[in-house]
Design a protein. Sequence first.
Length: 568
Amino acid sequence: MSPSPYELPSDPAKRRSHLLTDGPDRAPARAYFKAIGFTDDDLAKPLVGIASTWIETMPCNYNQRELAEHVRRGIRAAGGMPVEFNTIAVSDGVTMGTPGMRGSLVSREVIADSIELTAYSHMFDGLVCLVGCDKTIPAAVMALLRLDIPGLVLYNGSIAPGRWHGRDVTIQDVFEAVGTHAVGKMTDGDLHELETLACPGAGACGGQFTANTMSMALDFLGISPGGLNEVPATARGKNAAAYSAGELVMRLVRENITPRQIVTREALENAITSVAASGGSTNGVLHLLAIAREAGVPLEIDDFDLIAARTPIIANLKPGGDFVATDLWDAGGCALVARELAKRDLLHLSARNVDGRTMGEIALSGQESEGQHVVAPVDAPFKSRGGFAILRGNLAPGGCVVKLAGHERTLHRGPARVFDSEEDCFAAVKAGKVGADDVVVIRYEGPAGGPGMREMLAVTAAIAGEGLDDSVALITDGRFSGATHGFMAAHVSPEAARRGPIAALREDDMIVLDVEARELRVELSDDELETRLAAWKAPEPRYSSGVFAKYAALVSSASEGAVTRPTI
């Protein structure tokens, strides 16, 4: 008598999926799987999800369909059964300066929720998350930490720089060219040619903007295999990196190594150090706070200031520097950055990576390309302190983040030019109504007030394009793009929509940004501020239903990572 097909032994690594696939009671579930080509042998293996954020609205995630096939091959070769699924993505760059940009940060929560729901509901034994544009990266880590099943994140890689008028260009150049064009210093033809050539193919934005900042942070966090994220999107080695990620996740599944074993306080401090040392995006603060919350690791906004203050900038990367992510890869990559930081004991070298190595072993592997100028020796850095600082004061009692990479300014005092939306400010900048010494204030763009905490790249790039970035400061309860540079403070907390002091500002109030004192203040007495706030009335919400209304009701302050939380 032939054995019953229901008596075949299950792979012991099917710690979760056996509840979905094993035994006669699960025949209906197996019937669904068999309808799309799964076999009994397939269903006897661990089910490993491949979460793709592929979308056709931007180049940033565009190569993920191809990469998913190589991840699939790697999982199969290592004895697993791959199950691919898709979630959303919102392009920061495409939506920048429009109402659509409100969806960017909101998408982080939706992506995390959707990955969590799919993987939990289908009881996957492991998970590989393919990420690209900014919010997909922290969202994937947040989902992994909620699930705490064996898994990793693979960044699909940076775009190559474009070539225009004999020089390398990025999307940052296009945004700034809009300001240059607005003041008559660039022709229509040159602007059109630049926009056509700036983005030559697949991959996320090339400078140390938010995507590459977070990609590096994940290397240092240990949740991405060391050295695989930084392989550029169109490099021949990217497919091999995807295959390796598929093989690796099966080792994690069999050994039951889960994300919360990797994402510790020490790993988070390593990630923060990488953001500071690379002059990375201020969005790194927001996202690492959110990741820490999902990991259950205590982390405060002031911890970022302590780490940045002791960490020099050793990577010469745009927007504050000269090079892009592909140049860093050619120079020696994240391991080279880690090697230099380790020389000054700035990293926790015992922190683990999903690839099985420690941070110390990765640092020792760092190899420097001859003649490279991207990464400086830690004893001769590009700047003695990290690329951001945390300020408080009577305008930001909950804290704010000031960007320090790419300029030397640490003090600014000037009259307020107050705008209640990004659009109003952009129109004023284009009309020449913002001048030297002004402090541009953009409010009601915070997590709840926006809602969605839009990035201000259209404004900051226009200011830079008009030649005002060395003489104007900007503060906002919204965010900055990783491509932003200049003396600017974002994430001002509490935000205006929640009765933060920024809501009380009026035209020509004198505002001071003082990095040495770690202070953002307005030259008003406490009594005057309180009198103004007592008379303040909350604006009507921009949305009364749908995803934006739900987000505004549930979102925390930027100083807590702008995470959504239950109201009970």
